[in-house]
Design a protein around this ligand. Structure first.
Ligand SMILES: Cc1cc2nc3c(=O)[nH]c(=O)nc-3n(C[C@H](O)[C@H](O)[C@H](O)COP(=O)(O)O)c2cc1C
Length: 401
């Protein structure tokens, strides 16, 4: 999503500086390159070594370091980047930016740049509310400095209010919308479910399935790359947390449904999770002992909520496009057609998950596509390519909604 894009990250001296480490990880996961500058105060909160390890580059801090100036120079640092992000941005740094004070490397670079500058302020609520800070913000916004946050919430100082730094995901999204302003799903929202669910039998055992989450994660990534503000609701998987989207981790179908409903309204919903059809109605609070010789009759199962059907029939909040998967082991197409009608969703991607197909856990997928208009047979594709193909279909469709 940020492939080949060079982001210059300036970390200033606030308590939220630790979040800049996760920001670096997310920018790099999205394909971007990061070069970091720390103010002197920032080095009290994060070490240059941590940033150096995460950026896999040296970290800049001192404007009067001869090597900095001979090898790179403050002008080059700005020239060699596509965008500058200040995260966290202290009240002090915003004040310096407004006045054009350049008494260290970080402030000199932001004065010397003609690249887009994004700031993610973080400070105590009173510092944020102070007339001086508010005036600085108005002036900086007038100069086209893009502000992300701050968010409202509990602060490290124990107070509550506006001043928390935006989450790295929000900052990555903002960077993407500046660097790729013409993405086709910008302004749209998407919800994707992925992975298996786990239905507890007792505190240590559960019912689950073989879903790896790969297909759902790829779809969430393809939609986010196309500009949709994406929420991924995922059951337990071994996949790395993707960047540029909100990720909510759940275990059970009930939790997945609750997060789906909380995420509404959205424009697009893709239910790719392999949600367990049943849960254990009489789950035990204590570990069931082996000697009790449990047999199937002791386990009573009840039906789980039908997330796809619930979203497809959500009264006021029905997404414009509701897409489901049908994991089948026989009569794939007919089961897909039946499922699409039964659930009242717009599209079904039916796939063969029989033993030996390697669909669950594997890298490829063969899709039988079902819509209200008819069916299509897609060739065998890598799951990433299925995701991109689906995203393209969504882009074509959503333009007409
Ligand atoms: C423990 C501690 C936490 C601080 N947290 C913040 C903060 O979250 N936001 C802020 O604007 N200043 C904060 N400050 C004050 C800044 O560190 C101080 O204004 C400093 O001069 C900022 O320098 P810089 O803008 O060059 O990084 C904090 C100071 C201390 C000692």
């Amino acid at each position: 999503m940020l492939k080949g894009r060079r982001i210059l990250l300036i970390v200033t001296g606030g308590i939220a500086a630790f979040k800049s480490l996760e920001l670096v990880r997310q920018i790099r996961t999205a394909g971007g390159e990061v070069r970091a500058i720390l103010t002197k105060s920032a080095t009290e909160f994060v070490t240059p070594l941590s940033l150096q390890a995460l950026t896999e580059d040296r970290v800049y801090s001192d404007i009067f370091s001869l090597t900095d100036e001979s090898e790179m120079g403050h002008i080059q640092l700005s020239r060699n980047s596509d965008l500058i992000v200040v995260a966290p941005a202290t009240a002090n740094f915003l004040a310096k930016m407004r006045l054009g004070i350049c008494d260290d490397l970080a402030s000199t670079v932001v004065l010397a740049t003609d690249k887009p500058v994004v700031v993610a302020p973080a400070m105590n609520v009173r510092m944020w509310d102070h007339a001086a800070t508010q005036e600085n913000i108005i002036t900086l916004k007038d100069r086209n400095i893009k502000f992300i946050g701050p968010n409202e919430g509990e602060m490290a100082c124990g107070e509550y209010g506006l001043g928390r730094m935006s989450e790295p995901t929000e900052i990555v999204n903002a960077i993407q919308s500046i660097l790729q302003p013409n993405r086709p799903l910008l302004g749209k929202t998407a919800l994707v479910t992925a992975g298996p669910t786990r239905e507890p039998i007792d505190p240590v055992r559960f019912i689950a399935n073989r879903s790896s989450g790969k297909q759902g994660y790829s779809i969430a990534e393809a939609l986010a790359a196309a500009g949709a503000e994406t929420t991924l609701i995922t059951g337990p998987t071994n996949l790395p947390v993707p960047s540029g989207m909100r990720v909510l981790k759940v275990e059970t179908a009930d939790e997945m449904l609750a997060h789906c409903m909380e995420s509404l309204p959205v424009d697009i919903a893709v239910c790719a999770a392999a949600v367990a059809d049943w849960k254990v109605a009489n789950k035990s609070d204590q570990k069931i002992k082996k000697q009790k010789n449990i047999n199937c009759e002791n386990l009573s199962l009840s039906q789980n909520p039908d997330i796809l059907k619930t979203l497809s029939n959500a009264d006021n909040n029905r997404p414009d496009l509701v897409i489901g998967f049908a994991a089948e082991t026989e009569d794939i197409l007919h089961n897909g057609i039946r499922k699409q009608k039964e659930k009242n969703c717009d599209w079904i991607l039916a796939n063969d998950v029989a033993m030996g197909t390697q669909t669950f856990g594997g890298d490829n997928n063969t899709i039988h596509f079902v819509s209200k208009k008819g069916t299509e047979e897609w060739p065998v594709m890598k799951k990433e390519d299925v995701a991109k193909y689906l995203a393209k279909k969504i882009i074509d469709e959503i333009g007409r909604v």
